[in-house]
Write a protein that binds this ligand. Sequence first.
Ligand code: NAD
Length: 334
Amino acid sequence: MKVLVTGGAGYIGSVTCAALEAAGHTPVVLDSLLSGPREFVEGRAFYEGDIADRSLLRRVLSDHPDLDCTIHMAARIVVPESVAEPYLYYRDNVAKSLELFDELVALGKPRVVFSSSASLYAPAEDFEVTEESPLDPPSPYARTKHMVEQILTDLSRATELRAVILRYFNPLGSDPGLGSGVYQREPSHVIGQLTLAAMGLKDAFAITGTQHPTRDGTGLRDYVHVWDLARAHVAAVERFDTVLHRVAAPSTVLNIGTGRGVTVRELLHAFETVFGREVPTVEAQPRPGDAVGAFANVDKAREVLGWEAEHTLDDAIASALAWAERRHEVLGYR
Ligand SMILES: NC(=O)c1ccc[n+]([C@@H]2O[C@H](COP(=O)([O-])OP(=O)(O)OC[C@H]3O[C@@H](n4cnc5c(N)ncnc54)[C@H](O)[C@@H]3O)[C@@H](O)[C@H]2O)c1
């Protein structure tokens, strides 16, 4: 199959392209390189530009009339920036997605797999959320994801558009070939912070929030190996029509996580075991907007998509560390 991947130069997009290739499919990347690095599209069909550029989309489709499906990942993703610059987020994530969907329908390419987020969920008492659980997106970023879900639902009722919406939990790690991974120079994500503290490059790893109503007081997440997440897209593309047939609807939402909640302290211990060194820690106040967290009920993904996570947390940590060692060869910086 041939698959248009918007945002295919990004972290999850580039790993998804590698997973599509590993399954014998051909990704075609559309990315503005707003944040994703050019190195991640090397060797792939690549169009540099904006998702709302209709003439560019028409060119992509005239070059690749055999596209089967679009995976729409392109977005701005920095939560604090979305609070400071909501206009940019609503324009790029919502308004531009609308242009993309409308043009795809006009071009007769109505199958869309959309990258949504577990950050949409309202806090749940036992932390487990199904696709039917209440939503309460806490930031402009999360609200853009909610709005695009609603747009896809409405378009799918009124037009030829069909949508499989994947709500990702917390991706970790790299692709097994170590071709791409997290590319930010100063990683704010948890494994980057743990690595810096373990290597003495920062004084200590800050456990932000220790009074949460979890088993050890720290926040809880469902960490999914990014390769498993990428494989979920392969399944969504391959089984697109079957999935919608099974749910008997023109669009559907699927949780993509492991089904297991891991607290910050548990993550720290797993990291120390895999890394083989203790990490100095300090306890700190929760950051503004920090959520207690959630983990996925993955029954629907298992039943409808035939997908489940195969990798362990230790696998994901080892993969993140292997990429951290290698990434200067790909990106030119450590
Ligand atoms: N990383 C996570 O933890 C996480 C969790 C849930 C959902 N998601 C979603 O997954 C998707 C991919 O996330 P990621 O972590 O790989 O982010 P990323 O920033 O690495 O990738 C996004 C890509 O989109 C491109 N892009 C942005 N705006 C564009 C535009 N208007 N036109 C063309 N290209 C554009 C960027 O250059 C970048 O390469 C996003 O939609 C994000 O909201 C990510």
